[in-house]
Design a protein around this ligand. Structure first.
Ligand SMILES: O=C(O)C(=O)C[C@@H](O)[C@H](O)[C@H](O)COP(=O)(O)O
Length: 354
């Protein structure tokens, strides 16, 4: 990672010694960077094709997967060759999943262009698409051969995308690093404004994520902690039909993390002051923290519970949540009674309404 790395993409990707690369990008990012990336790969002797899809979460679909797989095969990408995901989390997850299944696995390069994809989704090897039944329910673990994060690309990122990615940065502090959370409280403006704090936030986030994934790649144990806020957040994304105009992933995670804190308070395991501090910081950074802030509403308690029942952490039909004893003290709570989640959501629904 670093500023200006995209200029070195040709030589760094060529070092992987492939002959063909299929760049998978979207209609926002492609026009800005795909031609230049293709040209630099061609200068290093690679044959290159570009596949462009519509931007937005709705593109993480079976239909898009089919399009990408066929285009990658059409480009004659062989097992030693490369799929290059150029874009945010949607492109990374979709192209990564195509790379995992085409010819039962071709190599993958992630070139993340959003804060969220640089600090989270490009690292760790989770790939996949959404189903009507829920978020990321069809996918594979497929580690990238290279992740190339050019932090200068974030200079032109829309503010909403910056905020959404920032939710995942804050998450690392909330999971197990209270000092990093305090650092975020003190330095978040520098992260948004493109000061040296931004590169520090990206680097620290990747270090924190790598430290977890290296010990538990397949989420048999502590990797689930990286899911803090995601049981609630993914349910909201499903209920809003993956419509990015209403809710983007990071916004769902911001609301979800606040809910995880408030739920922990309701269960009597977390001091209320910690939940208030988290909510105050995310609000200050411009993120939503309450169900009432979801444009167009967030569905009924039953709809939310129904969506949560499809969560990948469900075991033997029982819900698993990532809860907290305080800031930086997350833990995996298995067999959480549905009745307690229902009571919490009913309370949230009534207290969230303006
Ligand atoms: O990498 C992980 O593990 C995470 O849980 C990180 C999450 O922030 C990320 O959104 C991930 O894609 C969610 O994974 P899922 O298994 O809940 O779909």
């Amino acid at each position: 990672m670093g500023r200006g790395l995209l200029g070195e993409a040709g030589s760094r990707i060529a070092a992987l010694e492939a002959r063909t690369a299929a760049i998978v990008t979207d209609g926002h990012v492609g026009p800005l960077y795909a031609e230049a990336l293709a040209a630099s790969l061609q200068q290093h002797g690679l044959r290159v094709s570009i596949i462009t899809l519509p931007p937005g979460e709705a593109t993480k679909s079976y239909a898009s997967l089919e399009r990408v797989c066929d285009a990658v095969l059409e480009a004659k990408v062989e097992r030693g060759d490369l799929v290059v995901a150029l874009g945010g989390g949607v492109m990374g997850d979709l192209a990564g999943f195509a790379a995992a299944v085409v010819r039962r696995g071709v190599r993958l390069v992630q070139v993340p262009t959003t804060l969220l994809s640089q600090v989270d989704s490009s690292v760790g090897g989770k790939t996949g698409i959404n189903s009507l039944h829920g978020k990321n329910l069809v996918g594979a673990f497929h580690q990238p051969s290279l992740v190339l994060a050019d932090t200068a690309l974030l200079d032109t990122l829309p503010i909403r995308e910056m905020r959404a990615g920032y939710a995942e940065v804050v998450k690392y502090g909330l999971i197990d690093d209270p000092d990093f959370f305090a650092w975020c409280e003190a330095n978040w403006r520098g992260v948004f404004d493109g000061g040296p704090e931004r590169d520090e936030a990206v680097a620290q986030s990747c270090r924190a994520k790598a430290a977890v994934v290296v010990k538990d790649e397949r989420e048999d144990g502590d990797r689930a902690l990286l899911n803090l806020g995601h049981t609630f957040g993914h349910a909201l994304e499903r209920i809003t039909y993956y419509d990015s105009a209403r809710l983007v992933h990071g916004e769902g995670v911001a609301i979800g993390m606040c809910q995880a804190f408030r739920f922990s308070v309701a269960l009597g395991v977390c001091p209320p002051a910690d939940a208030e501090r988290v909510e105050a910081h995310l609000s200050e950074a411009g993120l939503p923290t309450r169900l009432a802030q979801v444009p167009g509403g967030c569905g009924t308690v039953d709809e939310l519970l129904d969506a949560m029942a499809q969560d990948k952490k469900v075991k033997g039909g029982a819900l698993t949540f990532i809860l907290v004893r305080g800031i930086g003290q997350s833990f995996i709570a298995r067999d959480v009674p549905v009745a307690s989640v229902r009571a919490f959501l009913q309370d949230e629904n009534s207290t969230s309404r303006p």
